[in-house]
Design a protein around this ligand. Structure first.
Ligand SMILES: C[S@@+](CC[C@H](N)C(=O)[O-])C[C@H]1O[C@@H](n2cnc3c(N)ncnc32)[C@H](O)[C@@H]1O
Length: 249
């Protein structure tokens, strides 16, 4: 039986090893595979002059997007030292940016009631403790502040597409941390959660859910065939990505 800190170590090593492969791969204005983009959705509204915080900032490309749109400050945190190094390279020595190498489950010294907007692009679901992570984000935001995240739709990892048909290969209701079946090159711990769990945890952490997006947007070119994790074939049946916008009450 692994503990929280052992799981965190496994995921840090895994993300350090995967960092290069994910350089700029899932970043604003894109929300993730088969999702409509921020250009279409306009969930953030006016970014100019805002203080923004990114949870799981990866290679820093979304931070750069926020700066390009006039954000006053953008702070980012990420578990992986390699990802933070990449984010430093991408955002340069911009004095409006502050980066923290830290698990999202812990507070590396971020201020309370400071940010207008917090966001997370395909990272929040890596948390090993969703309620603690949401409690942290709630503290960092000002009252009325916005929290937007995208993540893999919880149905997506439960279904495989094989021989022309979609089949459930894992239980949708199961909510336990487990080794991710398709993750390479090093093992990673993935905690599956139901869509209702994300919504209910947001509500019990003091957020009001404003929008849930499950719409599918087709990329110009096919992404992959039935053997790839994200594919046109799967997207015919269920969303790859979900996006949730909420507000701190
Ligand atoms: C798919 S990437 C996000 C990509 C990011 N949007 C970008 O533009 O590069 C997921 C990120 O979550 C980070 N991560 C994983 N577990 C984490 C945790 N417990 N706390 C903080 N960050 C974590 C990984 O290091 C990785 O950078």
């Amino acid at each position: 039986m692994h503990t929280y800190s052992e799981h965190l170590k496994i995921n840090k090593n895994s993300w350090d090893a995967a960092s290069e492969r994910f350089f700029g791969r899932t970043a604003l204005p894109d929300y993730g595979p088969y999702a409509p983009s921020e250009n279409q959705l306009q969930l953030f509204g006016e970014i100019a002059g805002k203080r923004a915080l990114e949870i799981g900032c990866g290679s820093g490309h979304s931070i750069q997007y926020m700066l390009n749109n006039g954000a006053a400050e953008v702070w980012g945190l990420d578990l992986s030292s390699k990802q933070i190094e990449a984010a430093k390279r991408v955002t340069g020595s911009n004095s409006q940016v502050r980066l923290f190498e830290s698990p999202m489950e812990e507070n590396p010294g971020l201020p309370d009631n400071y940010f207008d907007v917090a966001y997370s692009i395909y990272a929040i679901g890596w948390t090993l403790d969703l309620s603690q992570t949401l409690a942290n984000i709630h503290r960092y935001l000002k009252k009325g502040g916005t929290f937007i995240f995208s993540w893999e739709h919880p149905i997506h990892s439960r279904v495989i597409f094989d021989n022309g048909s979609a089949q459930f290969n894992e239980c949708y209701y199961e909510e336990i941390p487990a080794l991710h079946k398709a993750w390479k090159p090093q093992p990673a711990i993935f905690h599956h959660r139901k869509l209702s769990t994300y919504i209910n945890e947001l509500v019990s952490s003091g957020f009001m859910v404003e929008k849930v997006i499950e719409e599918v947007e087709w990329p110009a070119a096919a992404r992959g065939n039935e053997t790839t994790w994200y594919s046109d074939l799967k997207a015919n049946y269920f969303p790859a990505t979900m996006i949730i916008k909420s507000k701190k009450l």
